[in-house]
Structure formats: C-alpha cells, structure tokens
Design a protein around this ligand. Structure first.
Ligand code: URA
Length: 446
C-alpha cells in the first residue's frame, strides 16, 4: 500500500540508498516508500537506479525480499477471475536467447481447457521478451485495459499483456530501468519482478522455467536452483501451486532468435513442425501446467494432452483466435511474409572443421540486441525484423566454411561488432563433447 504523506516526509530516498550501499537492512516501510514513490513518479530514475545497484551489490535478505515482492505486487490490483470457470495457470521464464515458449504453450494450454492470464515482460538485457515478440505481429495490442483483458480471457481462455498502470505498475517501471542500468542478474530483484506480476494475475498455479547456463542470467546451476527455490517458496507462501523447471540455456532455444522470426518458429511448432528442443520444452511446460491446473492427473497425461492439442490443430486455432481478439493480423499464421522482414542477410561461417561448442550464448543475445533487437536506453524502439538463425547446435559436426549463423539485419552500423561477438561465441573443437546436457536439468518444488 502507498505510504502516508506523514511517513513520506520523514524518509528520504538518498538516506535509503546510503543505507543499502553500506549493507544495511531496509524495513518494509522503507522499501514501500521507495517503490511507491518511484511508481508515482516522485522518486526520479537516477535515485531508483542507484538503489537498485546498491541492492545488486549488497543483496537483500529474505525479509527484505518478501517485503519488496509484496510491495510491488500491491502497487496495483490483484486480479480475481473467480467469475471465469476453471483453473487459471501461467508460466514464466527467467529469460534466455530464442526463448519463445510462451507463444506456444499459452494457446496449447488454453485449447486444452485451462485459462492462461499471462502478464509478460519486454526484452531484458541480452534476453528477448514476450511482449516485444508479440508486437512483431502487425496490430497486436499488448496494452489492453483490465476490462478488455478480462473479455479476451473469457472469450478464448488466454490473454497476453504487459504490466499496466493497473496491474504490477511498479514492475513495469522498475523492469524498464533495470534493463538499461545493468541491474538484472540478481536473485532478489528477479524474484520480486517475476512473482509480483504473476501473483497479481489471479492464478491458481504457476510453472517457472528457470534458465541456467551461459545464455541465462544465472550462469551456474546452483544459482539457478537458489533463484528457483526462492520463487517457489514465495509462491507457495501466497497459497499458489508452484513448480520450477531448471532448463538449459547454454545454447539458444530453437533455431531462431529475434522477434518476427520467433513468432514464425512458434507457429511452426503449433503446426507440428519446428525444432525438436523447442517443441520438447514447450510440451513439457504445457504438461506441468495441465497437471498443476488439475486438468490431468499426471504430468505424463498432461504431455499426451499437449501433443493431442498440437496434432489436432487446436493449439494453432487458439493462437489465431487470440491474435484476432488482441487486434493483431492473424493472417501471419499462414502468411509469414506479413511479419516484418529484414532487408539484408549475411552468414557467419566456421573457419575450421570439427564439432561445435558454444562458449558464450549471452554474446549471441547481445549481438542481436546490438543489431536493433534490444534496447540500450529506455526510449529505444525494437527492430522486430532483425534476427539470428542458428544452423548448428552444440555437438554438431561442422565443416570448414559451413554456415554457423545467418544474420538478418537492416543497417551496417553495428554489423561488424555484432558479427565479431557471434564469431567469438563459438568454439569448434576436434573432438565431439562427451555428453549431451538434458534440456530439463532439475525440477524444484514438485
Ligand atoms: N523476467 C522478469 O519478469 N523479471 C526479471 O527480472 C527477469 C526475468
């Protein structure tokens, strides 16, 4: 809740920044003062950015984290969809390169009989965001009013929107600021950001996809597990069913990273095609959503239901309906040329023959952002047409001069720099890697 004017006059942002800078513990009232003041526009970006950096460096304890999550959650409305029959479930990913599963599983799960009221984010750091991807579809509106959102949910069982002035407004502002101030990769800030949005959605159950590896915010598996545990605990404390899958992000998910090309690849999966890893993870996450939403008695049954929804074309039909209701051009489903297209393309080829390793998946995301697929400043506009197409996966054989990546771009300005990041992301070695990492590494909270 917002602090009383009396409280506001006693506190000063500068003192709270100093307190955190010096490793102090902030009280709930102090966190409330900062978050509410920033959300209302009374505390400027530079003070919030300084506080976020102090948190990034000094960390928060569990009490501060719980307070931040709750204050951010209650910065707006907490939705109640009890008038819509059935269980409401959602999924959220901590972010990766080429991670487009939301566009696939929301229609699968809605077509399978549950309601998916999804509040997503924009691109963050080197990772892509669902909202930006959806906006690659001409006309698609992610800024629905609450009444429109509820109408869409009732009509087709899924709605995909961003944080608004009504729902999770604190995360809307803080998220955009973190993106451009290098304050993303922090367990407490990620947990508060994700859980404040998700708990505001009025859901019964939540599946978390916590990425791990060189393309994730948490590079080490033990850090991803810690993040997963904190989020699962937060959700359960609020009375939700929550499970977290720790999944691989040592390489991009699927063959495409970008916006328009990720929409196209998602449609491919809903048509029963598309790359195996993307299909497998989308079905697995859908299966857990069906299970937690009590639509099926087991995860295995959930997987079978997800497969059937895809095979019968019901998932694709649901996507079409969802796009139509959110005022997008549903013809993109059959006519991908209606999605934004880049004017030029160029290939990055291997300089030697051998087996592919990806040394730095984050750099691939950074290269894409540099080409216009991400933001350096809050005001930057995304170029939905630029993208990367990956021809090789870890462990694949590659010959000398064979294509590793195709870059789809508009301007030469940052091309050389982006290209060198991509070249530096790959290592080609003489020997094949001994073991293949599983896509789902661990499950927390099952
Ligand atoms: N996704 C979010 O919504 N917030 C974060 O901080 C990271 C990923």
């Amino acid at each position: 809740m917002l602090p009383s004017p009396a409280l506001s006059t006693r506190m000063r942002a500068v003192d709270l920044i100093r307190k955190k800078r010096d490793s102090g513990e902030l009280s709930r009232e102090e966190i409330d003062f900062l978050v509410a003041g920033y959300t209302r526009g009374e505390i400027p970006d530079y003070q919030m950015a300084a506080w976020l950096m102090a948190v990034w460096i000094r960390g928060m304890n569990r009490t501060e984290l719980a307070a931040l999550t709750e204050v951010m959650l209650h910065s707006g409305q907490v939705l109640n969809h009890s008038d819509i029959p059935g269980k409401k479930v959602d999924k959220h990913s901590t972010g990766g390169v080429g991670d487009k599963t939301s566009l696939i599983l929301a229609p699968i799960v809605a077509a399978g009989g549950l309601t998916v009221p999804m509040i997503s984010g924009r691109g963050l750091g080197h990772t892509g965001g669902t909202l930006d991807k959806l906006e690659a579809i001409p006309g698609f509106n992610v800024n629905l009013s609450l009444a429109e959102f509820r109408h869409v949910l009732r009509e087709c069982g899924m709605g995909l929107i961003g944080q608004t002035a009504e729902i999770a407004p604190a995360d809307k502002k803080i998220y955009a600021l973190r993106d451009v101030t290098s304050t993303v990769e922090n367990v407490g800030l990620i947990c508060a950001s994700i859980m404040s949005k998700k708990l505001a959605e009025g859901i019964d159950a939540l599946v978390l996809d916590v990425k791990t590896g060189s393309g994730a915010f948490m590079k080490k598996e033990e850090d991803s597990v810690r993040l997963a545990e904190v989020m699962v605990e937060t959700g359960k404390r609020m009375g939700k069913k929550v499970v977290a899958l720790i999944t691989d992000m040592d390489q991009p998910l699927g063959r495409m990273a970008g916006h328009a090309n990720e929409v196209w690849e998602s449609v491919e999966v809903l048509k029963g095609r598309g790359p195996a890893d993307l299909r497998e993870l989308s079905l697995e996450l859908s299966a857990w959503m069906f299970f937690l939403g009590e639509r099926t008695k087991s995860v295995e049954e959930g997987r079978r239901l997800a497969e059937t929804v895809v095979a019968t074309g019901k998932g694709l039909e649901k996507l079409r309906h969802g796009i139509r209701l959110q005022r997008g051009d549903e013809r993109v489903v059959d006519e991908p040329q209606r999605l934004p297209q880049a004017r030029f393309h160029t290939d990055v080829v291997s300089s030697t023959a051998g087996y592919v390793r990806i040394a730095n998946c984050e750099q691939l995301g950074t290269a894409l952002a540099m080409l216009g697929g991400g933001r350096e400043k809050k005001e930057d506009k995304i170029d939905h047409a630029v993208g990367l197409e990956f021809h090789k996966r870890i462990g694949d054989r590659v010959e000398k001069n064979e294509k590793l990546v195709t870059i789809h771009y508009h301007s030469d300005a940052k091309l050389a720099e982006a290209k060198s990041l991509i070249v530096g992301s790959y290592v080609v070695s003489e020997r094949a890697p001994l073991e293949k990492q599983p896509l789902v590494r661990r499950i927390i909270g099952a």
